[in-house]
Design a protein around this ligand. Structure first.
Ligand code: BJW
Length: 284
């Protein structure tokens, strides 16, 4: 299976890589589904919808502030570096790689990826909360931790008791408007320009690689189908089979951080990038 995949990679002019939470799992970021997944302990409808934010912005902010703390203590892993190294290699050869990520941790940027489409926003962004908890205007990055004194030292939300953070103690902008996390929640439209960029990339690739995603959340889950329908080869890297496995020519089971450097033939580059990052260079 590896040799035919590498032949497809060698022949591809435009590679699209779609990543999900499994790619950051080896960094220490919890996935959403599966035995240790966040949605096992936390109800997404109470924490990751605009309606939940309207009902209880303190609970939602407590959840996201805790996840920012977790992410701040983690670093990109070999899977992130492998994708960045492949992008660089393809660019040097006059080919290209577009990365579509569902992840909100920005580890792909930190690892050096350049052509990154963030489908579900970023946990480091904040935006003004408008009607119905939706975004009112553009988001901006704010990496302060905690974002405001009211969110200091709270840890993970307790599923059995609602937090007692008054709304005035939550993050606000300089005009006193309540802020919300800059991520995309369930029941919420993706940014149309972002979705368009992902659609265009998917429709024009000749190799589509999906890594570390359960392939159940739309619209991302539809991309592999679109790529396959327009003739691209599809490859999957995951711990286990998913809803997308059936349409893949190549399916590799195992950890992304172990599989991707070898499959992409970039092991030496990955070790070099990891060493640079450990020494405090680019990739942090
Ligand atoms: C490893 C590994 C290792 C682990 N190595 N692998 C069409 C049909 C049906 C429903 C819909 C539809 N269109 C829209 C919907 C509704 C909804 C949806 O898809 N629901 C489904 C659950 C059924 N979609 C939406 O609401 C989207 N909006 C939208 O479409 O707008 C239009 C619309 C609005 C209203 C109604 C209808 C249409 C928005 C989706 C937003 C998702 N948001 C979240 C939270 C983001 C913010 C945050 O971080 O808190 O995004 S939910 C969560 O799931 C997060 C993820 O990005 C997303 C996907 O999860 P992912 O990345 O796949 O992670 P896991 O945990 O599921 O899987 C991890 C995988 O890794 C597993 O397979 C492991 O095996 C593997 N793994 N370790 C390799 N080391």
């Amino acid at each position: 299976m590896l040799a035919p995949f590498q032949a497809a990679l060698a022949a591809a002019k435009h590679v699209v890589v779609l990543t999900g939470a499994g790619v950051s799992a080896e960094s220490g970021i919890p996935t959403f589904r599966g035995a240790q997944g966040l949605w096992r302990s936390f109800d997404p409808m109470e924490l990751a919808t605009p309606q939940a934010f309207v009902r209880n912005p303190g609970l939602v902010w407590e959840f996201y502030s805790w996840r920012r703390e977790v992410a701040a203590a983690c670093r990109p892993n070999r899977a992130h570096y492998a994708i960045a190294a492949l992008e660089r290699q393809l660019r040097q050869q006059g080919r290209r790689l577009t990365l579509i990520t569902q992840n909100v941790d920005r580890f792909h940027h930190q690892a050096g990826s350049q052509a990154v489409i963030e489908l579900h926003g970023s946990i480091w962004d904040v935006c003004v909360a408008g009607r119905g908890g939706r975004k009112a205007g553009p988001c901006w990055e704010d990496r302060r931790q905690p974002l405001c004194p009211g969110l200091a030292g709270r840890g993970a939300p307790d599923a059995h008791s609602a937090p007692d953070i008054p709304e005035q103690d939550l993050p606000h902008d300089e005009h006193g408007r309540l802020l919300r996390p800059g991520v995309v929640w369930f029941n919420e439209q993706l940014d149309p320009a972002v979705l368009e960029a992902a659609d265009v990339a998917t429709a024009s690739c000749d190799l589509f690689i999906t890594a570390g995603t359960s392939a159940v959340v739309y619209p991302a889950a539809g991309f592999a189908h679109i790529a396959a329908a327009q003739g691209a080869a599809v490859a999957e890297f995951n711990l286990e089979a998913t809803d997308a496995t059936g349409l893949c020519q190549f399916a590799f089971q195992g950890k992304a951080g172990e599989l991707l450097p070898a499959a992409f033939g970039v092991e030496a580059e990955v070790e070099q990038l990891m060493a640079q990052a450990a020494a405090g260079g680019q990739g942090g």
